[in-house]
Design a protein around this ligand. Sequence first.
Ligand code: 16G
Ligand code: MG
Length: 549
Amino acid sequence: MDLGAITKYSALHAKPSGLILQYGTAGFRTKAEHLDHVMFRMGLLAVLRSKQTKSTIGVMVTASHNPEEDNGVKLVDPLGEMLAPSWEEHATCLANAEEQDMQRVLIDISEKEAVNLQQDAFVVIGRDTRPSSEKLSQSVIDGVTVLGGQFHDYGLLTTPQLHYMVYCRNTGGRYGKATIEGYYQKLSKAFVELTKQASCGGDEYRSLKVDCANGIGALKLREMEHYFSQGLSVQLFNDGSKGKLNHLCGADFVKSHQKPPQGMEIKSNERCCSFDGDADRIVYYYHDADGHFHLIDGDKIATLISSFLKELLVEIGESLNIGVVQTAYANGSSTRYLEEVMKVPVYCTKTGVKHLHHKAQEFDIGVYFEANGHGTALFSTAVEMKIKQSAEQLEDKKRKAAKMLENIIDLFNQAAGDAISDMLVIEAILALKGLTVQQWDALYTDLPNRQLKVQVADRRVISTTNAERQAVTPPGLQEAINDLVKKYKLSRAFVRPSGTEDVVRVYAEADSQESADHLAHEVSLAVFQLAGGIGERPQPASDGEGTPH
Ligand code: 16G
Ligand code: MG
């Protein structure tokens, strides 16, 4: 390590003294103007992680669905996964070290993790369309270079595309080519082959309106469009040409406000979807003939996908174990439908993609989705090989199903939840099954629900267990929730400290919207009283309050 050079460059990316930031559920996120030193230091850390794992590491500059003025950064581990937990701690230490302590922290990390400093390092970098992103990614590059790392700057990419690049590079090209062309070709080829098998089809099934949140998804979908145009025609809205990123549009807005984005005209029964600001989340929706808005969230996406996969497996005659992974936010109706009607085992993990991803890896086929639209399906290597063999050997009908599965495996981004890839999978399934958006929606009816947030002095006083479904501390809180829940039918409620904001989140569902709203409000009051609420007492829910993530 050239400590002299590090000190010199670090001074050019100096940390505002006293500023403390946390590597949260999805990396660092805050106002862009506070992030320059964090970017530089994450460049340094990525080099150490790359040397330790002898693999390519990714650095993504984005704040996803957060406002345009924010930014953020996260590291991507060798197989496209989120950074290992012990390294999240290192990231927090390094980002918060005052200038004079930075070198010591860097050396500490190298020693603790037994990093061989002679090892080569390679880092790939991507960024979203925020005005601050280009300069911030340059600061990452400064960090990488000063520690002697090599790098490739992909420039503008969706978050899942960067995960894909990292995965490709660390698997010797077996997964795909680590270029944007490679990504487009792999996905489109699988999509076109898959949809060729659809016997019905016709235009009504094959056109889709996409709200791109005024973000990177618009750019990338436009680039990709001509690769799959035979199979699907997409109409892009909120493509960044006028509106502000994530403002009154995008998957997060649509999901949390349960209404359509601005800037998109929807005719009745037209199929529409929204991406978030870095295109790793997707939700669908439509207006029925009476003008009512219907949201089709991550839970219903998981249901469509897992039931289709299960049908194909039955056709091939393979008894592979398939599991669906959700979080506490999954609508109770979706869990019941999956378990009781589809007979698929369902598991619940803590919020945050890394937890779901990890659990999904335990199955031959693991489908995971958060209700907010973040998810994918993972196929074990053994399954992939078995399917490939079946596609060669089986007799006609079975072979067709195996071929479809093979295409689906290629179409899913196995490195991360990916709005583009999920959209293509969903469109293919709808076409193959001849389903309209209303028929898909009718699989089950969501229980009315409400999310609220409560301000407390220190949200760490709330600790949870059982995948965040029960509060362990402060004392008495869970008992209070239990008593409140008993007052309503088909009800459920839980509270958890947010991993991305300084608030406690409250979720409630019940047999009617009114009951769900009441329950959420009462639980908020319990949190306010028992967990050290600050500011104004929680008010009863009104539309648009309690924006979830
Ligand atoms: C992050 C997570 C998302 C989760 C959300 C919860 C990733 C890539 N993103 O955005 O999955 O739903 O945090 O936020 O893991 P919260 O802790 O503030 O509720
Ligand atoms: Mg996102």
